[in-house]
Design a protein around this ligand. Structure first.
Ligand code: GUN
Length: 311
């Protein structure tokens, strides 16, 4: 039996049409939600992400501003920029694309963003709200994963959920969200002993450790729901042959485009073993950006909308 594909593009489109209604409502009351996306340096993946965030704002009719700074920027300069953006009323959401260059104190910078504009959900106030189960901004990829599971009617309550990866941006927050939905949650990482034995317990397996096709069939309980957060670019023929077992199509794609995108899960194994899974591309990725839009709209409503005014 082949697994059900959890189609991220389709779910993204559902959410997008709901957001368009909310945007129209806000605009009728004279508010256009605005996002500032800050890109420091020239990391190609970050450039690509920021470009698509700004483009999605334009598609939805949100105001956006892309702010680019050189990689030599200091922590003090970036703190100053965050402060300027905190003061500007037309900016509802501030996104500081990560990773930042090594000389920058990332934690200090994330702390400097006004929690009411922290649409990435990385300020300690929002992290604390998430842990305490209180209202606040939730990081976009974890929020998107919950949307996929809920809208695809995957039962979370009582399920064994295993997450591979303990990052602040995915692993930890998705663990909290699943816990609040009454899953029994385990977080695994590079020091976990006998990882496949732990992940084989999972009804819901979230792979978020950034290792190309690392999760193979023996990690997956038959029938499990597998969420693949990985976005790994393979650029050598040797890597592509190894991951895809010499299959023709990805080798042709490598020749044509110079790289092949693969998740943290082995794409053939998951089809055979899982009950449902998110493909790469076209699974979690599309949700991340639309949840950023959703958070930006929510920030605008809370700060400037009628609900905000009534608070
Ligand atoms: N880098 C990779 N993913 C993200 C994200 O969701 N937000 C930010 N700010 N940086 C990232």
């Amino acid at each position: 039996m082949t697994a059900r594909i959890l189609d991220g593009n389709k779910i993204r489109d559902e959410i997008k049409s709901e957001l368009l209604e909310q945007i129209a409502d806000l605009k009728r009351s004279g508010v256009t939600p605005g996002l500032a996306a800050v890109l420091v340096g020239e990391n190609p993946a970050s450039q690509r992400y920021v470009r698509s965030k700004v483009k999605t704002c334009e598609t939805l009719g949100l105001f956006s501003e892309k702010i680019e700074r050189p990689k030599e920027m200091t922590t003090e300069e970036l703190l100053g920029l965050a402060d300027d953006l905190n003061w500007r009323d037309e900016i509802d959401g501030i996104l500081i694309q990560l990773p930042l260059p090594p000389q920058i104190d990332t934690k200090r910078v994330l702390m400097a963003v006004d929690p009411a504009k922290d649409v990435d959900g990385l300020h300690p106030v929002n992290v604390g709200n998430l842990v305490a189960g209180r209202a606040g901004f939730v990081p976009c990829t974890p929020a998107g994963i919950l949307e996929i599971l809920k809208r695809s009617k995957v039962e979370i309550k009582g399920a064994r959920a295993v997450i591979i990866g303990r990052s602040d941006i995915v692993g930890k927050p998705v663990a909290m969200l699943l816990l609040h939905e009454h899953a029994t949650v385990t977080i695994c990482h590079s020091r976990t002993r006998d990882l496949p034995a732990v992940t084989r317990e999972a009804d819901i397996l979230v792979a978020a450790m950034g290792k190309a096709a690392y999760v193979t069939g023996d990690f997956i309980k038959p029938g499990a729901t597998v969420i693949d957060v990985g976005q790994n670019l393979l650029t050598s023929e040797e890597e592509v042959r190894k991951v895809f077992h010499d299959a023709r199509e990805p080798l042709d794609a490598l020749k044509k485009k110079g790289s092949v995108l693969v998740g943290d899960v082995q794409p053939e194994d998951v089809k055979e073993k899982a009950g449902a899974y998110t493909p790469v591309p076209g699974g979690v990725g599309p949700l991340t950006i639309i949840m950023l839009m959703s958070n930006t709209i929510e920030a605008a409503r809370l700060r400037r909308g009628s609900r905000g005014a009534a608070r």
